[in-house]
Design a protein around this ligand. Structure first.
Ligand code: NAP
Length: 332
């Protein structure tokens, strides 16, 4: 099979590898499309936790089940599926087990013509999705669902601030929050992306690159936010506390902009603020997310689809941070 192999921060190529065979309890999926997440970029740079070379990256994929391991139901053969990349979450919906892994490191990922995964990690592709749309969904869609609803508890009458509107996770959150009738504000590096966010459900937004972005948000939303969901962190993080109203929540799912600043404890305790972390989601979150997608006919925003041969360009595109939504690689 052909597979994308990263062998150093500057070297990504397509190689021929032998086809993998499913172990007992696994299925093999013939991949038609894969999608990038910022994790793949960190892995390429060698700065993701437990990074190693060489690696076949990719957490997101969709395709057809073409081989079954022992003990797997024959009904799964030839099904069109999406892969849930949260492997071995475990039984506790509140947090993952010690054996938890994300597909695409250390095990072979989806940026290959075939991948083997536990049978419990596949789910039928929604019939209204192409394989490209299906590949764009899993990691970002799941993270967005858990961050917004399971952890953030967002309700229809509430106001949410979603940072970095152009990101894959943020794009899903904007759509999900809008679908339930919540009021959505965003931050972004570009006016163009704020406009795009408005087209998919945001009410308004501000540039996080401007000096007074927090003041601008306070003017736009004087009564404060119920929930802020942030994937960036960085030195401006403490400004979020004054944007929340009393009893508000911050859910953190990423740290693209780096370390948090020193924070005065009173900023958190005086307003009874909850600061919560979240990572991907449980099998229960994944099922709920798929039901939500069906109910609200949510479709991913795909920024660009690259052919497998241009995989290197797809990584460069993510690095440039020009995208709005998901970057997909067509494999089959
Ligand atoms: N915990 C988890 O399970 C989980 C799951 C998925 C992702 N993540 C993490 O979440 C982050 C986003 O992931 P992704 O896959 O959605 O990445 P992505 O598609 O590459 O999006 C990254 C976005 O970050 C935004 N950004 C950059 N600097 C920012 C800043 N200073 N303030 C606010 N926003 C900023 C940019 O938004 P604009 O383009 O609008 O400027 C950019 O588009 C990454 O750190 C990733 O590792 C964690």
């Amino acid at each position: 099979m052909r597979a994308i192999i990263i062998s150093s921060p500057d070297h990504l190529s397509i190689y021929e590898l032998s086809n993998p065979e499913p172990a007992p309890g696994e299925v093999r999926v013939k991949i038609f499309a894969a999608a990038l997440n910022r994790r793949d970029h960190w892995i390429k740079k060698g700065i993701y936790r437990d990074s190693k070379y060489p690696v076949v990256p990719g957490s997101d994929g969709a395709g057809i089940v073409d081989m079954l391991g022992d003990g797997v139901s024959k009904d799964l053969l030839n099904q069109e599926v999406i892969i849930n990349p949260a492997i071995n979450w475990g039984d506790n919906p509140n947090f993952h087990s010690e054996k938890f892994q994300i597909l695409g490191l250390p095990e072979q990922g989806t940026m290959a013509e075939y991948v083997c995964v536990p049978a419990e990690n596949i789910i039928k592709k929604p019939s209204f999705y192409s394989f490209e749309k299906a590949a764009a969904l899993p990691l970002a869609g799941l993270t967005a669902y858990r961050a917004l609803f399971t952890r953030g508890g967002l309700e229809s009458n509430q106001k949410v601030l979603i940072t970095g509107a152009g990101g894959g996770v943020s794009m899903f959150m904007i759509k999900y929050a809008h679908a339930i009738g919540a009021t959505v504000f965003v931050t972004s590096s570009s006016e163009k992306k704020i406009k795009k966010a408005q087209q998919i459900g945001a009410t308004d937004g501000v540039l996080y690159s401007s000096n007074d972005w927090d003041k601008q948000l306070q003017e736009k939303q004087p009564e404060g936010f119920d929930l802020i969901v942030d994937g960036a962190g960085g030195e401006n993080f403490d400004l979020f506390f004054s944007l929340l109203h009393t009893g508000g929540k911050i859910v953190i799912y990423g740290g693209t902009a780096g370390k948090l600043p020193e924070i005065i404890p009173a900023k958190i305790f005086w307003k009874q603020i909850s600061v919560l972390g979240t990572t991907m989601g449980s099998p229960f979150d994944f099922e709920n997310m798929i039901s939500f997608i069906h109910k609200h006919r949510i479709e991913p925003e795909i920024d660009k689809i690259f052919p497998l041969e241009d995989a290197e360009l797809s990584f460069k595109h993510m690095e440039s941070q020009e995208q709005f939504g998901k970057i997909v690689i067509k494999i089959g």
